[in-house]
Design a protein around this ligand. Structure first.
Ligand SMILES: *Cc1c(COP(=O)(O)O)cnc(C)c1O
Length: 190
């Protein structure tokens, strides 16, 4: 079991059904895939890949990679893009620096995955359900919404930030805490 998309299987399905494959790689960029460049990197077949610079890159903004035709359509027809101020140069600089740094962070990525695996194992040994996680995002399924909130507050008082994820983000009765490890770039910077 895994909590990541099987991109080559999706590419094959899209080809078989003549469908457009749209991939949201927000949680993979910086962490998964060749050179940490996401699950869709270096792999042809996805028609549209979106990602964010606001997570592992530690900056702000997002991107769409697509054909020139779709790019022109989005630039001319996408209201959220047309009516929003362009990113400031300082943010563009931070994004460029993050993109240059990410391929060099293989040891940090290994450390991140090892930390997540250790956390999962220890939670499981305590009898907790960590769902299908095999990535840097480790859920702890509680079920009850109130209990999840109380545990999140208790952990925060004890120095651990684990956000409570509740319906409608997840199915009713499957409220959970979500543990995320520090982004690799920050670990190195410190
Ligand atoms: C965070 C996130 C986004 C949005 O990214 P922003 O740049 O914060 O708007 C999109 N898709 C997924 C899966 C995300 O987790």
């Amino acid at each position: 079991m895994a909590d990541r998309s099987d991109v080559s299987a999706l590419v094959n399905l899209a080809q078989a059904y003549n469908a457009i494959l749209y991939l949201d790689d927000a949680h993979a960029l910086g962490v998964l895939g060749e050179n940490g460049m996401g699950l869709a990197a270096y792999q042809p077949g996805a028609d549209v890949v979106v990602g964010t610079f606001g997570k592992a890159c530690g900056a702000f903004g997002a991107f769409v990679t697509c054909s020139a035709k779709l790019k022109n359509y989005l630039i001319n027809c996408c209201p959220g893009f047309i009516y929003t101020t362009a990113l400031p140069p300082a943010v563009i600089g931070a994004i460029a620096a993050a993109l240059a740094l990410i391929p060099t962070l293989e040891p940090e990525r290994q450390h991140l995955m090892q930390s997540a695996a250790r956390l999962r194992l220890q939670l499981q040994q305590l009898g907790y359900d960590t769902a299908t996680s095999d990535s840097q995002i480790v859920p702890l399924i509680i079920g009850d919404e109130g209990k999840t909130l109380r545990l999140s507050e208790w952990l925060e008082k004890n120095g651990i930030l684990a956000i409570a994820i509740r319906p409608p983000t997840v199915a009713a009765g499957s409220s959970r805490l979500r543990f995320c490890s520090l982004q690799p770039a920050l670990i190195r910077a410190n």
